[in-house]
Design a protein around this ligand. Structure first.
Ligand code: MN
Length: 271
């Protein structure tokens, strides 16, 4: 009986310790690192930050992340910094709770839960972009659906739902996705799709890797700009049919590396 009790106590203590570690992740230093990510992944993440700035998707705000290659529960993202300025030294590891593992005094983006909760909800996703991509904003506030009007944006065929933070939070907020609950609600609105719009704020784009999420982010912005122009002409806009979109996406999928290499090369020409 004593033995059982003692075992129970030990087990209980161990469980309490694990529980304590699990439930105080805000003290990031207690969370062990998954180890160094592949150098190529860091290089691509830095490139993605700068490409998306070059392409007008990110400005001083917004962020791009990649799922950690050593632990799918974790992700990599810059410290709080304008994306165009990001270098390898700025990339930090984030745990499943979207808290930095080893911040060393470095600030994190306020909306990092967007990334953590999407990675949790979407095992197929390996890269996430959150931006305030300007041409996309009107489609989040007018009820006009963003739809694919050319082959490059065929990935929009499943729709780009509009997520309203006021409805999710049950009242007024500062519009920022600051809590895991709001991040989860946004991930739920995204569902299995590539893109979700955030009313009065921006957009999230996801993909199976950094080149794809960059491609989708750039062409979401281009499609939004072209769709507003097309609608402004006043005629009836013809969008891709679901079958056209399906075929176009399959064809374009194999070519995503081409603009990725081009966009990377342009960065190297910069001073
Ligand atoms: Mn934002």
């Amino acid at each position: 009986m004593f033995h059982v009790t003692r075992r129970h106590v030990l087990t209980g203590s161990a469980a309490a310790l694990v529980g304590a570690l699990h439930h105080v992740p805000r003290i990031g230093a207690l969370t062990p690192s998954a180890g160094p990510p592949a150098a190529q992944l860091i290089e691509d993440l830095v490139a993605a930050n700068r490409i998306l700035s070059d392409q007008g998707v990110l400005d001083g705000y917004g962020h791009v992340s990649a799922r950690h290659d050593r632990d799918p529960a974790r992700f990599l993202m810059s410290r709080s910094l304008a994306p165009e300025l990001v270098t390898a030294a700025d990339i930090m590891e984030y745990g499943p709770d979207s808290e930095p593992v080893d911040p060393r005094g470095r600030a994190s983006y306020l909306e990092r839960v967007i990334h953590g909760e999407i990675y949790r909800a979407r095992p197929d996703v390996r890269a996430v972009v959150h931006s305030h991509s300007p041409s996309v904003i009107p489609f989040g506030i007018t009820g006009v659906p963003l739809r694919p009007l050319f082959h490059m944006s065929a990935f929009l065929a499943d729709g780009a739902p509009v997520w309203d933070i006021r409805a999710a939070a049950g009242g007024n907020t500062d519009m920022l996705v600051r809590t895991p609950a709001l991040g989860r609600a946004l991930a739920q609105a995204l569902g299995p799709r590539a893109v979700a719009l955030m009313r009065g704020h921006g957009v999230v784009t996801v993909g199976g890797g950094l080149p794809l999420v960059v491609f989708r982010s750039v062409y979401t912005e281009v499609n939004a700009r072209l769709q507003a122009q097309a609608m402004g002409l006043g005629g009836r806009v013809t969008y891709l049919s679901p079958e056209e979109a399906k075929r176009a996406e399959a064809s374009v999928a194999g070519t995503v590396g081409r603009p990725w290499e081009l966009w990377k090369r342009k960065l190297r020409r910069d001073p």
